[in-house]
Design a binder for this molecule. Sequence first.
Ligand code: SF4
Ligand code: SF4
Length: 237
Amino acid sequence: MAKIWVLKEPRKRDRAWNIYALREAARLKRWFKGVYYSPRLGRLLAVFKPTPGTHINQLVFEELGESALRDAYRMECPSGCNRCCVIHSGAFMLDVEVRMLPQELREIVERQPRERIRTPGGKVTIYRLDTEPMGRCIFFDVERGRCLLEEKLGKSSKPIVCLLTYCTVFASRGGKRYVKTGYRVLPDGRVEMNYREVSEKEWRAMAQRMGSVWRRYRRIHRALASDVEGVGDRKES
Ligand code: SF4
Ligand code: SF4
């Protein structure tokens, strides 16, 4: 039976370990398949499918049969929402990821505030990307609502933390669209999430509604930009 590798769940109150696990996951980004919710296991699964022979750190990854995904919902992030990038993004990049960027982008990231964290696998430097007003990510194009890293270099160039983090509102399964209607934590710690199938139209409408935060931000961003231009024009005249 085909196998998949799943990132073990983060440890509570152990940031150093979690950063270490993220760094190990970042090394396998190109084989990242997505985040799934398994109703049977009652947990989210960050799934990687590396080519045979790839070194896997089994301290942070566990191997599962692909059948674990049979009834699983795949987490989705429809375009037009952008909530995670525009305010309080909390986005950051790990040193191993920064090293993979082309020089001009690497220099931009290296100018950001950084933090060095001692992890079980050695020191890891993380670079904050959430330094624009209200925690907007430096790589978020406010006007077009796009991640510039993804646009220029492809999805696997996004920080691992962005690839793994989902609001879990939107999901797909077997070619159908779903939205979350609720969840509860079961006594044994598993999480029960409930999804309702929706039409493409309903799905898009919901993403549009979620996008109201971004559109409001964009209006303010435009207004501030035209104010700055106005000041510049007045100075020149
Ligand atoms: S809130 Fe959900 S849909 Fe919106 S950007 Fe974040 S993950 Fe995507
Ligand atoms: S790197 Fe891209 S996906 Fe991540 S927060 Fe920034 S704009 Fe959003």
